[in-house]
Design a protein around this ligand. Structure first.
Ligand SMILES: C[S@@+](CC[C@H](N)C(=O)[O-])C[C@H]1O[C@@H](n2cnc3c(N)ncnc32)[C@H](O)[C@@H]1O
Length: 276
């Protein structure tokens, strides 16, 4: 692994021998915060699905465009980003505060390594505020009740919930629907949901299954879903912002130039508003 020195010194409480989704994603995006165990599984996935890096990049760009849209066009000033990932290009507060320096962002992730790098996520514009919680999406009440969340976000005002490429780590459909409902219940009408989700709809069946086997064999639960299931589980009862649930690369693209094909993107995304 000469090409990839262990950039991150071992940190107490972090098991570097077990792969983690946040570090695999960081590897896919070309970041530096991953270990041999993360790269081994990511390379297995890349071997059967060479477009996996495109998935990560296109998803990241979608999240950025969606956050900018809500800050600029919908006047949203508060974001709750769960499954935020390791700091990367276009962290939510950087995108939102470029439009509105007073924007406030709470980041949540369950990988303890994110906390080690959270300083980047906490470098807020002085007019705004950011916070970080190490917590689990499967315990939405804990996230909502956290002192950090309550201090930074004002729930009497609209909040954008950001669930970027995280729901596919929850294999149980019922659990996904319940978690999304609990989080949205806490938000006032006029709030928004940004979500994206991996799909295997556009890859040959053998390829998707081989990639899934690599994830699951490494202890990372992974459940791709088709666009209908994603829409039903995440956006039930919400008003979808046009163009609705589409490949992330097709959601209000930044340019008219050529974009990757569906079989390279393999990820759906949408933005929706909680009705009044
Ligand atoms: C693919 S990355 C996406 C990062 C970022 N949201 C984006 O879209 O660019 C998924 C992130 O979700 C986190 N994650 C996975 N399961 C989680 C859970 N149950 N609770 C909190 N975070 C979770 C992983 O640690 C990882 O950082």
């Amino acid at each position: 692994m000469a090409d990839f020195p262990e950039d991150v010194p071992p940190v107490p409480g972090i098991d570097v021998t077990r792969p983690h989704a946040a570090r695999m994603y960081d590897y896919g995006l070309g970041g530096k915060n991953h270990f041999a165990a993360d790269r081994a599984v990511a390379d297995q996935v890349l071997a059967v699905m060479p477009t996996a890096r495109t998935v990560a990049r296109e998803n990241r760009k979608f999240v950025g465009r969606a956050v900018r849209y809500l800050a600029k066009e919908a006047g949203i000033r508060q974001f709750l980003d769960i499954g935020s990932g390791l700091p990367a290009t276009g962290n939510v507060h950087e995108v939102a505060q470029a439009v509105a320096p007073q924007a406030r962002v709470v980041y949540v992730d369950n990988d303890p390594l994110v906390l080690v790098h959270a300083r980047v996520l906490l470098e807020s514009a002085p007019e705004g505020q950011t916070g970080y919680i190490e917590d689990d999406l499967r315990d939405p009440a804990s996230i909502l009740d956290s002192q950090v969340t309550r201090e930074i976000l004002d729930f009497s005002q609209p909040v954008a919930l950001v669930l970027g490429a995280v729901l596919h780590f929850l294999p149980d459909d019922g659990e996904v629907a319940q978690i999304v409902a609990t989080l949205l219940d806490a938000l006032r009408p006029g709030s928004y949901l940004i979500a994206s989700h991996a799909t295997s709809e556009h890859v040959p069946p053998g390829q998707a299954e081989a990639a899934l086997r690599s994830y699951r064999a490494s202890g990372i639960p992974f459940q791709p879903r088709d666009s209908g299931d994603f829409a039903r589980l995440a956006f039930n009862g919400l008003d979808l912002v046009p163009p609705g649930v589409v490949l992330v690369s097709e959601w209000r693209p930044a340019h008219d130039g050529p974009r990757p094909s569906a079989s390279e993107v393999n990820c759906y995304g949408a933005v929706a508003r909680k009705p009044r």
